[in-house]
Design a protein around this ligand. Sequence first.
Ligand SMILES: [Zn+2]
Length: 205
Amino acid sequence: MDPINRLAALFAEFPGIGGRQSKRFVFHLIKRDKAYINELVKLIQSLQSSVFECTRCHRYFMKKYPDAPEECFICIDTSRDHHTLMVVEKDSDLEAVERSGTYKGLYFVLGGTLTILEKDPSRKLRFNALLDLVSQEKDTIEEVIIACAVTPESEHTSEYVESMLLPLIHETNTKITHLGRGLSTGTELEYSDADTLRYALEGRK
Ligand SMILES: [Zn+2]
């Protein structure tokens, strides 16, 4: 395969990118100058060596120095509320909530959503890591906020998370809440503005 089609095929593997868009990316790159291409190549190459997955919340983060802790700066921040855990689908959702400045608890990133017909859901996403975290910290965690989008797959995921957590917190005072109304149907968390996220958070139940 020639470089144009090969590169287009790689871009087509990106989330939400179709064949036509991937070709547009390639032609965009052909027109750009060397400095731009060099920076792009360098950044892509450095991603895997400088970005780590937090061992607690599983978000991706940059270590400030090589021997920095394996947990990200949100998880080790003692000024945050360690009694509240928000479960989000993906890193970009976490970033949207952080940008809104309305939440001071901790997070857990599931890593995606379940498809409705998933045959073996317990093996998908990071469900086992979430179960481990909640069972280890069930005396500390007072509230688990399930912050999934309002789409059929996200709602399915949210119900599944709740059904898995319920037996764990059965004899504790931990409660499970969901983001309230205000997130309109079909809206992804990552595209919600700060006010919408604040209302959804305040209206959780
Ligand atoms: Zn973390």
